[in-house]
Design a protein around this ligand. Structure first.
Ligand SMILES: [Zn+2]
Ligand SMILES: [Zn+2]
Length: 312
């Protein structure tokens, strides 16, 4: 699994275009998409599904089933309202196939709607253009803040106002993390949920100049699109996912460093760079390096395979 520690959140998962996309934020109890089902993802109670291409949804029935098998509470999937019925029918087919009923919950969202994600947090659906109905998501947190008009008055006065029953605070929604899912470029990438999130996980399927047309046909993003939007995004960390295997990782590293211009832009599947970064974080915190049994996988490597556009 790719791994990044972006305090206070871990961002972990596997995301390779056409093969498998799953990005988990354990601290938020959510995973975006579930192309297959890596074991750690069983611990999150919600899957926020971007769309139903196989590389994003194939692990879903297995995830429901394993949660049940391990006696965890039923999982829930949040999805675009246009595909909720089909997901229900898929789960019904599993009842017919297995002759047993796996508990599951489908939360159907129209673009612009939201659903609670634990206490004080909300998962918002943002419609994005792709070759099938698709959503991006933003997780916000409600925080109680002092009203701006009371910001510069002494605390004794604040206390007095509160005792008089004056409404001195208001709720603000802080966008924590956003996930674009697969998407064509466009102004939707500049709307608040994506623009203001502290961590933005964004697909970037293509890197090579000759693949720009291919990105357009499959309604995916190219690194040149990321370059165009980066200046508008306020994210402290931008995490690129869904790279095609056609992109050699060393090239992706180089291009990202060039595009980032000092901003923190990460490649989720760049195991080597992310491990060195995490070791440095541990060292800075006075912790020993973690011993790891396996070498990180350098997932997006060269491959001659040319998948047809529009199926990822
Ligand atoms: Zn797709
Ligand atoms: Zn995909």
């Amino acid at each position: 699994m790719g791994f990044l520690y972006l305090p206070p959140f871990r961002v972990q998962g596997i995301s390779v275009a056409g093969e498998e996309a799953v990005v988990q934020l354990p601290e938020l109890d959510v995973a975006f998409d579930i192309g297959l089902c890596p074991r750690p993802v069983l611990s999150s109670k919600t899957i926020a599904l971007s769309h139903a291409h196989m590389d994003h949804i194939a692990g879903l029935p297995y995830w429901f089933s394993q949660r049940s098998f391990q006696q965890q509470p039923p999982g829930r999937v949040v999805c675009h309202h246009a595909i909720a019925g089909a997901i229900d029918r898929m789960m019904q087919s599993w009842v017919d196939l297995e002759q047993q009923r796996t508990p599951y919950e489908v939360v159907s969202l129209a673009p612009g709607q939201s659903t609670p994600l634990g206490r004080d947090r909300e998962l918002h659906a943002i419609e994005v253009p792709h070759t099938v109905p698709a959503l991006g998501y933003c997780v916000t947190e409600r925080r109680r803040k002092l009203r701006p008009e009371f910001a510069n008055i002494p605390s004794s006065q604040i206390r007095a106002l509160r005792e008089r029953g004056e409404e001195i605070t208001h709720d603000v929604e802080i966008p924590l993390v956003a996930y674009t899912g697969d998407t064509a470029p466009g102004d939707h990438l500049l709307q608040d949920g994506f623009k203001r999130a502290k961590i933005l996980v964004v697909e970037c399927t293509f890197f090579l100049a000759e693949h720009y047309d291919r990105a357009g046909k499959g309604k995916h993003l190219h690194i040149r699109d990321i370059e165009r939007y980066l200046g508008h995004w306020e994210a402290e960390d931008v995490v690129l996912v869904h790279l095609s295997r056609r992109t050699p990782l060393p090239l992706a590293r180089e291009v990202v460093a060039d595009v980032a211009q000092g901003r923190r832009v990460h490649l989720l599947m760049d195991g080597r760079t992310n491990r060195a970064r995490y070791d440095a974080q541990l060292a800075a915190a006075g912790q020993p390096k973690e011993s790891r049994s396996a070498e990180p996988t350098e997932a997006p490597a060269e491959s001659a395979a040319e998948a047809p556009a529009g199926t990822e």
